[in-house]
Design a protein around this ligand. Structure first.
Ligand code: ZN
Length: 487
């Protein structure tokens, strides 16, 4: 026992961080043991202003504590991480997740491959090498940038087929999300694979239970699961049909059952759960909502993420040898609830809109994502509807989906001309609709892209104190490698 403790203390003391000015600083020494299980809950595109918005709206509208802020941050340890990539100041999801997974900066778009071509081990590979079971969940396609960078390597995040091939090789014990199209050959139920392979069948032949519908998660059978609930990304929480797709909390619950399932000796390539697991749980929709400048979709997906954190927290309470980490990769959208003028007339107290409970209640009544509303418009336009029909259809969609909003002719014209309000608005008509919401509620956005804000990392459980303070996202990987016993 003393030997083990000594080893842990030495390995944690050895964790030093050399900052860019060449000064070596020691990370805080760990006082507790290495965690058996590690759960990384990852909300893409989210940092301080989104977490605070989740807290405020969950308390006001759901009348429920927001466990990320009210439990994990308040009772655990938290810090901030810079997230610039190797070749820019503003990161994309691939470069940020690669740094957090391998401890090396990579160029935007690369999946855990450094600019000089090295392929450092990913956290899922490190965990597997340490005898842990591994799981990846996302609301995006399972081969999307973040889960891919936490597990495999690829020159580009766009090489979906290649990433899926590497999953088949890595054999994560659990893989859940969207993206069936790159598991299926062209010509078979929306399949897009060029090589004619049916990867779902290949996973099944390796002993994986296959889940394609939420109800499949009610009959979990073994210790390996492939769950693909859509051909592409899973829907925003605000649009999701619970009969078609599970929510993030349901997937997390299922994952914890699968990863702790003890199989009879000799069956299942991963063996028993004796060594614990490494589980990565991502909500990608918080990032997509940021790109669209969609405040109502963001709110619902922050809550959905928080429900998954609650599931993980309950597990952590029952299994205190579990380290639970909540974080994100970068901020998306420059989310800025603020005050502004109602009209272009001079500023005055009567010409002011300011975010408060009343404005939050307006957006809480929204029933659609901006993306879904835009898709409906596109479908109608394809049917050859004329301008007048399109405009009255638009008015109907806004009335039903975004009740309380008044359509402003200036922005309506921009929408029908497919024009942006500014040069940093790349998602149309989502960003223009987002501006309409901002003008009438005060929920402004600075951009449709990523920003430089440091991301928050919060942790509870053994090793959580390592994540305190201001660091770089490469340190995240180094700390976890140490806690996994790899260094
Ligand atoms: Zn991202």
């Amino acid at each position: 026992m003393i030997q083990i403790l000594k080893k842990i203390l030495v390995s944690v003391w050895a964790l030093t961080v050399v900052c860019q000015f060449g000064v070596a600083v020691s990370a805080q020494p760990a006082t507790s043991q290495q965690p058996k299980n590690i759960i990384v809950l990852f909300s893409d595109g989210v940092t301080g202003s989104q977490w605070e918005f989740g807290r405020k709206t969950s308390q006001l509208i759901r009348q429920k504590p927001f466990v990320v802020t009210d439990v994990v941050m308040q009772r655990g340890h938290f810090g901030l991480m810079t997230n610039y990539p190797a070749n820019s100041y503003i990161t994309d999801s691939a470069a940020a997740a690669s740094a957090m997974s391998t401890g090396f900066k990579v160029n935007n778009g690369a999946i855990s491959i450094t600019p000089d071509g090295q392929r450092p081990a990913t956290l899922a590979q490190v965990a597997k090498a340490q005898g842990k079971r591994i799981g990846l969940i996302t609301t995006a396609t399972v081969y999307d940038a973040s889960p891919a960078a936490f597990s495999v390597h690829s020159q580009s995040r766009r090489e979906s087929e290649n990433i899926v091939n590497q999953y088949l090789e890595l054999q994560p014990d659990l893989l859940m999300g969207g993206g069936a199209e790159y598991f299926l050959p062209k010509g078979l139920s929306g399949g897009k694979r060029q090589d004619g392979k049916n990867i779902i069948e290949l996973f099944a032949s390796k002993g994986y239970q296959i889940a394609r519908q939420p109800e499949d998660l009610n009959t979990l059978r073994g210790d390996r699961l492939l769950g693909l609930f859509a051909n592409e990304d899973l829907d925003f929480e605000i649009d999701r049909d619970p009969k078609e797709q599970p929510n993030l909390a349901q997937m997390t619950e299922a994952a914890l059952k699968v990863l702790t399932h003890t199989s009879p000796a000799g069956t299942g390539a991963s063996g028993t759960s004796g060594n614990g697991f490494f589980l990565f749980v991502e909500n990608e929709n918080t990032d997509t909502a940021g790109h669209q400048n969609d405040v109502a979709a963001l709110m619902r997906d922050l809550w959905a993420f928080d429900d998954a954190v609650q599931v993980a927290l309950d597990f952590q309470k029952r299994n205190p040898d579990t380290l639970l980490i909540v974080t994100g990769d970068h901020e998306t959208g420059g989310f800025s609830p603020t005050y502004a003028r109602k009209t272009k007339a001079p500023a005055s107290s009567s010409n002011e809109i300011r975010v408060g409970d009343q404005q939050i209640k307006v957006i809480a009544n929204f029933k659609t994502s901006l993306d879904e509303l835009a898709n409906k418009l596109k479908v109608k336009a394809k049917q050859g509807a004329d301008q007048a029909t399109m405009r009255s259809y638009f008015a109907e969609l806004v009335k039903e989906g975004l009740p309380g909003l008044v359509i402003e002719p200036e922005l309506e014209n921009l929408i029908f001309e497919n024009q942006a309000t500014d040069l940093n608005s790349s998602y149309l008509p989502g960003n223009t609709l987002g501006r309409l919401i901002a003008r009438q509620t005060g929920f402004y956005w600075a951009s449709s892209g990523h920003t430089n804000q440091p991301v928050v990392v919060a942790a509870i459980g053994p090793g959580s104190q390592l994540f305190q303070g201001f660091s770089d996202n490469t340190d995240f990987a180094k700390k976890l490698q140490t806690l996994l016993g790899a260094k």
